[in-house]
Write a protein that binds this ligand. Structure first.
Ligand SMILES: *Cc1c(COP(=O)(O)O)cnc(C)c1O
Length: 408
């Protein structure tokens, strides 16, 4: 079964308008093909009828564009994919059931026993677990490297390396990785580069323009933006995306996005630029407040000149983002005191919501790592992560300052 659905969506009225929010709002949906409806229809249909056997034959052979079954494609999903591809500057996109669905579908499509992958030493916890407990079990070599260390990266790359995978800024300590440098070294051995762009969104950073081959996202975070769904996506070259679609998702993971979640993400994208500007402005202000507080040992925010990759971040990102990590002087106990003292910010994992969220990796997301293992991945006992929300900045300043006073 082939997938020919990309050519089905209709362009926006003015396809020459290229501003980010203009595209996020208009691209991929023509209201006049849908009774003038400004919002794309939500197609709740598992299957699609063929007008004749001959049409069914053409669809299954991939000779005629059209839908067959919603694990293979759905018109609401297609609108979202058109938008994500154009926003990331890629040829095609595939929306999936979760960020993990996107990451695992990508790997399962392209790796085989005996292959190797090189990954950054700091990764989202479930990505780390997939690589170490999933891929390795099937005979794929997984090598953790500090991708800021060019010599270590060079040494880790071999002609068996299929992928180099990383996040930038990396979760949760905000290390920034040079996408162009990694792509240049990886491409020399024929390896392809995958960037998890969840923290930045395409508004702040477009990895494909720096030489990456794939971008993956958790749409759960900023892109949908309202914390009301779980979804993911991969963006890249059309041929590769078709392979992930026709093989990885259709036959291996089945990690299909629901039409409603696709619809809600399309809605979230309409305000992405506005939201990101506000997340960034508030985070910049809070980062300075945190950096100046006596309870704090170090702040990791790419917009502070003290950040080790400040210059790289300025070059690679439009703005430093809405995520801040910081280390409290009092270690684990201070982290717990800070977490219990916030009143407005919510103690919760995830990020990119309207609500400000705080999490303490040592007692939450990374609690199952032994402390030495946490340290090796750059996560100290007093590290706290803040996803700055869209509340009034004055209220956030009061809440965070008060909690820091308790974190001493
Ligand atoms: C949340 C997240 C993921 C996983 O996405 P899900 O939608 O929760 O499956 C992957 N990478 C990063 C950086 C994330 O923040």
């Amino acid at each position: 079964m082939k997938n020919v659905v990309e050519s089905l969506t209709t362009p926006a009225a003015d396809t020459t308008a290229t501003g980010f929010s203009t595209r996020a709002i208009h691209h991929g949906h023509d209201p006049f093909a849908h009774h003038g409806a400004l919002n794309p229809p939500l197609y709740l249909s598992a299957t699609y009828a063929f007008e004749s056997t001959a049409q069914g034959q053409r669809r299954f052979r991939g000779e005629e564009p059209g839908y067959i079954y919603s694990r293979v494609g759905n018109p609401t999903e297609s609108v979202l994919e058109e938008k994500l591809a154009v926003l990331e500057g890629g040829e095609a996109a595939l929306a999936m059931a979760s960020g993990m669905g996107a990451i695992t579908s990508l790997f399962w499509t392209f790796v085989a026993p005996g292959d190797e992958v090189v990954v950054d030493m700091t990764l989202y916890g479930c990505t780390y677990a997939f690589l170490t407990e999933g891929l390795r079990k099937f005979g794929i070599g997984v090598h953790f490297v500090d991708l800021g260390d060019t010599a270590a990266l060079r040494a880790a790359l071999t002609d068996r390396t299929r992928f180099v995978f990383f996040e930038t800024p990396a979760n949760p300590n905000m290390r920034v990785v040079d996408i162009a440098m990694v792509a240049e070294l990886a491409h020399r051995v024929g390896a392809r580069v995958v960037v998890d762009n969840t923290y930045c969104t395409p508004y702040l950073q477009r990895p494909l323009e720096h030489g990456a081959d794939f971008v993956v996202h958790s749409l759960t975070k900023y892109l949908s933006g309202h914390g009301d769904l779980i979804a993911g996506a991969v963006i890249g070259r059309r041929e590769d995306i078709q392979q992930i679609h026709a093989h990885g998702v259709k036959d291996m993971t089945g990690a299909v996005i629901s039409p409603l979640d696709a619809y809600l993400t399309i809605r979230g994208l309409k305000t992405l630029e506005l939201r990101m500007d506000r997340h960034c402005a508030s985070a910049a202000q809070l980062a300075e407040l945190i950096a100046a507080h006596r309870a704090v040992d170090a702040v990791y925010y790419p917009g502070l000149p003290s950040h080790p990759q400040y210059r790289l971040a300025q070059r690679q990102m439009r703005a430093p983002g809405g995520m801040i990590a910081f280390e409290l002087k009092g270690g684990y106990d201070a982290g717990v005191r800070f977490m219990d003292a916030v009143r407005l910010a919510m103690r919760a994992v995830s990020l990119g919501d309207a609500e400000t969220l705080v999490q303490h990796p040592a007692s939450m997301t990374h609690i199952t790592y032994p402390p030495e293992e946490r340290a090796r991945h750059g996560i100290s006992e007093g590290l706290v992560r803040l996803s700055v929300g869209l509340e009034n900045i004055e209220d956030l300043v009061v809440d965070i300052r008060n909690a820091l006073d308790h974190g001493r």
